[in-house]
Design a protein around this ligand. Structure first.
Ligand SMILES: Nc1ncnc2c1ncn2[C@@H]1O[C@H](COP(=O)(O)OP(=O)(O)OP(=O)(O)O)[C@@H](O)[C@H]1O
Ligand SMILES: [Mg+2]
Length: 449
């Protein structure tokens, strides 16, 4: 077959294939455009898992009417001028390709208005071609993108889509993660008649986390705030007691962009090293901010992957930050056995003086808290007396030998299973309860006398 130049339509569809793979890719590109335009509120409506309709409306800066035709052309962007700017990109978009790609595989209507124009303008693109002329319309400031009949002219692509449920889930996951990354913006996602997600834009990430994972999980997630040499890591990681059987819940944003980076995932998993069972993975929503010249975002057509200038530095920063947060919330100190036998009369207590830190899964004797300064306290049963009773004094060494234990679980509502520095502990719950009551009585008795 002789060599021929591809027709613009075919070339355009090939290029679109790299960027627009499924309905969620359209949502991502439109969302990112809205965020780049400084929108404070983004409303997304989806029908038939995005195959029939995806509409993204924002209150951003808008597109001037005389630039509307250019906006949907390939390689047309307002975000990049010189090639050297590619290495210090501060916007989510820069390739000038998204709208052209979406327009070539759908029926796309752009309606937009800027502040200093009285009217808005509308343009319809069908399968990569302008359908009719630009028309003036009444519109509020901002942009509304309507994408109908996605892949209507690429039936092969339609066949590769997963079930509607899976495609819808991909959209939900995407929008929820962007809402998490931009908690100060208002997001609304509706599918058909039902509203799937609505955020208030009040900056509270934990409430958005609850929309993603449920209130229980959101409450347990550990917050990270770490800063070092111009790098900043914020967000949440799950405690060791909260895991999944796959890595799908490892979310990383770098400079406001959702990326999939194997090395960052590895850094994170190393932070959990020895703390998780084999085959279990944490949940994370982490937001890394680094100077834009530290990261090359122009290595993947959908910008889902990046390259770092100093990968090792970033890797160890992430690993250190996550490990620090994990240990801060679940302290498992190195216990010197001698510590447990050297308590003064002033600090001595009677009875099994437990504090059960449910959130951290720790079973901590209050003595241990003294020794290590643990802040955890959910349920406490503390009482102290001056021990002038010889019987009580005799028990001090016995009590003193109970180390810091990490509560692992419960067996048959009868035994508490805990992990200590020298192995596994099985605590007979019934006996422990009797002992607590006994200690209380002894204390009362000592006080009365
Ligand atoms: N929601 C919007 N609000 C304001 N301007 C927009 C919006 N969407 C697109 N634009 C304008 O249209 C241009 C083209 O958008 P498009 O998404 O195709 O390219 P890009 O965002 O510059 O780069 P990329 O292809 O990497 O996304 C943008 O540079 C921007 O000027
Ligand atoms: Mg864009």
């Amino acid at each position: 077959m002789p060599i021929r130049l591809l027709s613009p339509e075919v070339a355009s569809q090939i290029a679109a294939g790299e960027v627009i793979e499924r309905p969620a890719s359209v949502v991502k590109e439109l969302l990112e455009n809205s965020l780049d335009a400084g929108a404070r509120s983004v409303t997304i409506a989806v029908e038939e898992a995005g195959k029939k309709l995806i509409e993204v409306a924002d209150d951003g800066s808008g597109i001037p009417s005389d630039e509307l035709e250019l906006a949907v052309a390939r390689h047309a962007t307002s975000k990049l001028i010189r090639s050297d700017e590619l290495f210090s990109i501060s916007t989510l978009g820069f390739r000038g390709e998204a709208l052209a790609s979406i327009g070539s595989v759908s029926r796309m209507t752009v309606t937009s208005r800027v502040q200093n124009e009285k009217e808005g303008a509308r343009l319809l693109v069908e399968g990569g071609n302008m359908a009719g002329k630009l028309t003036k319309v009444g519109a509020t400031v901002g942009t509304t993108m309507r994408v109908e009949d996605l892949f209507y002219n690429v039936p092969a692509r339609l066949k590769f889509l997963k079930s509607d449920v899976t495609e819808r889930r991909a959209i939900d996951a995407l929008v929820t993660r962007y809402a998490l990354a931009y908690p100060e913006k208002r997001f609304k996602l509706s599918e058909g008649k039902s509203v799937v997600l609505q955020t208030s834009g009040d900056g509270d990430r934990r409430s958005i986390l609850a929309a993603l994972y449920g209130v229980d999980v959101a409450k347990q997630m550990l917050e990270i705030q770490s800063e070092e040499e111009g790098f900043r890591l914020t967000g949440f990681i799950s405690p060791t007691s909260l895991t999944r059987s796959n890595r799908r819940e490892l979310t990383f944003f770098i400079n406001g962009r959702w990326v999939h980076d194997v090395s960052l995932n590895t850094a994170l998993l190393q932070a959990y090293h020895t703390l998780l069972m084999v085959g279990r993975y944490p949940l994370t929503a982490l937001f890394l901010e680094i100077p834009s010249e530290e990261v090359d975002v122009n290595v993947h057509p959908a910008k889902a992957e990046v390259r770092f200038r100093t990968p090792d530095k970033i890797f160890s920063f992430v690993q250190r930050s996550a490990r620090r947060a994990l240990l801060a919330y679940s302290p498992v100190p190195n216990v010197a056995p001698s510590l447990w036998g050297t308590r003064s009369q002033e600090t001595s207590r009677t009875g099994l003086d437990w504090t059960i830190a449910h959130d951290e899964g720790l079973l901590v004797s209050s003595d241990a808290q003294h020794a290590f300064g643990s802040q955890s306290s959910v349920i406490s049963n503390q009482s102290s007396v001056s021990s002038n009773q010889s019987e009580i004094a005799n028990r001090q060494s016995e009590i003193a030998s109970i180390p810091l234990l990490r509560l692992i679980g419960q067996i048959g509502a009868s035994y508490l299973v805990a992990e200590g520095p020298d192995g596994l502990y099985l605590i007979d719950q019934h006996a422990a309860h009797e002992r607590v009551l006994f200690e209380k009585l002894m204390t009362q008795h000592a006080m009365q006398n």
